[in-house]
Design a protein around this ligand. Structure first.
Ligand code: PEP
Ligand code: MN
Length: 348
C-alpha cells in the first residue's frame, strides 16, 4: 500500500449483526489483522435492522445488537456505524452512543422517509453517510445529501454502492461510475466513499472495483467482512474474511505525490479495461454454459446443430453494435468465426 497524504477512510464489518458471538469474533479478528498491519479503521460497520428486499430472509437482530456494538467499542476501541431507516432507529442509536449512521440504498429512494430521518438528526453531532439510491438517479441522491446538510448534521458523507440494473453482468449492481464523478463535480468538498462489496456481490470482483474507486479519487471504502462468510445470514458471497480484507487493502495502490499523473492515468485506464475483461471472460463462460443447454435440447429432439438463421441473428447483434473501423471489422469477422466454431464443437 502506497502512503497517502491523507489517510483513506476505511469502514469494515459484517453485513448484519447476527448474534453476539459473530459480531465480537469479527471485531476481534479485524482488530488483530489491522493492528498487525498498521492499518486504522475509521468505523466498524454492521446492519442491525435488515429489512431487505424480501421478508422471507434474515431481518436482522434488531435492538439487542446495539448492546453487542457497545462491547465492540469498549473491547476494541472501534467507533461504530449502523444503517438507520427511521427516526426511531436514530434515537435508539443515540441512546447506544452510536454517532455514525448510514442511509441504505433502499431508503435513499424515498425522499419522504429521508426527510423524516434528516429531521431526527437535526443539529446532532453525527456523521451521516448517504448511500446512492438503488435507481440511477443522481438528483435523488443529491437531494438526500442536501436534506442532511440542511439539517446541519455535523458531517455528511456519500457512499457509492452501484445501482440495480437488469443488464447482464457478473456484478450484483452496475457501478455507474458517472454518478460519483458527477457528484464530485457538484460537491468537490464532500467525502465520497465507495462500497465495492455491494457493487461486486462476490468477493472475486471486490479488489478491482476498490482500485478503480480509488483511482477515480474516492475518499475511502466501506467493505463487508465476516468471521465466517460461508455461514453468513446475508450477503454471504461478498463478505471477506478479516485476513482477506487486510490483504486486499494492502494490495491497493493509493495516489500519492510519488506517482506521476501519467502513471495515475494509465492505471485508471488499465483498471477500466480489467473491469471490462473480467466481465467479458465471465460472460463468455456463461455463454458456453447456455450453449451446453441448447445442445441438450437439440439432442433430445434430434434437431440439427447448425442453424444458419439463428447464427445470422447472433451476427447481426454484434454487427449492429460494431465500431466503424476497418481493422475492427476484420477482428470482428475472425472473432465471430471463432465463436461460432467453438459453439458448434462444444455441441458436437
Ligand atoms: C448494507 O450496507 O448492508 C446494505 C444493505 O447496503 P445497501 O443499502 O447499499 O444495499
Ligand atoms: Mn450487505
Amino acid at each position: 500500500m502506497m502512503k497517502l497524504n491523507v489517510e483513506p477512510i476505511l469502514i469494515a464489518g459484517p453485513c448484519a449483526a447476527e448474534n453476539r458471538e459473530q459480531v465480537l469474533m469479527t471485531a476481534d479478528a479485524l482488530s488483530q489483522q489491522l493492528k498487525a498491519n498498521g492499518i486504522s479503521l475509521t468505523y466498524f460497520r454492521t446492519g442491525v435492522w435488515k429489512w431487505r428486499s424480501t421478508p422471507n430472509t434474515f431481518c436482522g437482530a434488531g435492538e439487542p445488537a446495539l448492546e453487542w456494538l457497545k462491547e465492540v467499542k469498549q473491547k476494541y476501541g472501534f467507533d461504530v456505524c449502523v444503517e438507520v431507516a427511521s427516526p426511531e432507529q436514530v434515537d435508539l442509536c443515540e441512546k447506544a452512543g452510536i454517532t455514525a449512521l448510514w442511509i441504505g440504498s433502499r431508503t435513499a429512494v424515498n425522499p419522504y422517509q429521508v426527510q423524516e430521518i434528516a429531521e431526527a438528526c437535526k443539529n446532532r453531532p453525527l456523521t451521516v453517510m448517504v448511500k446512492n439510491p438503488l435507481v440511477p438517479d443522481l438528483k435523488l441522491w443529491i437531494g438526500d445529501i442536501e436534506r442532511f446538510m440542511k439539517a446541519d448534521v455535523e458531517q455528511v458523507w456519500a457512499i457509492h454502492r452501484g445501482v440495480a440494473d437488469r443488464a447482464e453482468s457478473v456484478y450484483r449492481n452496475a457501478p455507474c461510475w458517472e454518478m460519483p464523478i458527477d457528484l464530485r463535480v457538484r460537491y468537490p468538498e464532500l467525502p465520497i466513499l465507495c462500497d465495492p462489496s455491494h457493487i461486486a456481490g462476490d468477493t472475486r470482483y471486490i479488489a478491482q472495483i476498490a482500485q478503480l474507486a480509488i483511482d477515480f479519487g474516492c475518499s475511502g471504502l466501506m467493505l463487508e467482512s465476516h468471521c465466517n462468510p460461508a455461514e453468513a445470514l446475508s450477503d454471504a458471497k461478498q463478505q471477506l474474511k478479516p485476513d482477506e480484507l487486510v490483504a486486499l487493502i494492502k494490495s491497493l495502490v493509493f495516489k500519492s505525490e510519488l506517482s506521476s499523473p501519467i502513471e495515475d492515468d494509465l492505471r485508471k485506464q488499465r483498471n477500466l479495461i480489467e473491469n471490462i475483461d473480467v466481465q467479458m471472460a465471465n460472460l463468455l463462460a456463461k455463454r458456453m454454459q447456455v450453449v451446453d443447454e441448447i445442445a441438450n435440447i437439440k439432442k433430445q429432439n434430434n434437431l440439427p446443430i447448425v442453424q444458419p438463421k439463428q447464427w445470422n441473428k447472433v451476427e447481426g447483434i454484434y454487427r449492429n453494435a460494431a465500431l466503424q473501423d476497418s481493422d475492427y471489422e476484420e477482428f470482428l469477422t475472425k472473432y465471430l468465426e471463432l465463436l461460432h466454431n467453438a459453439s458448434i464443437n462444444r455441441q458436437k
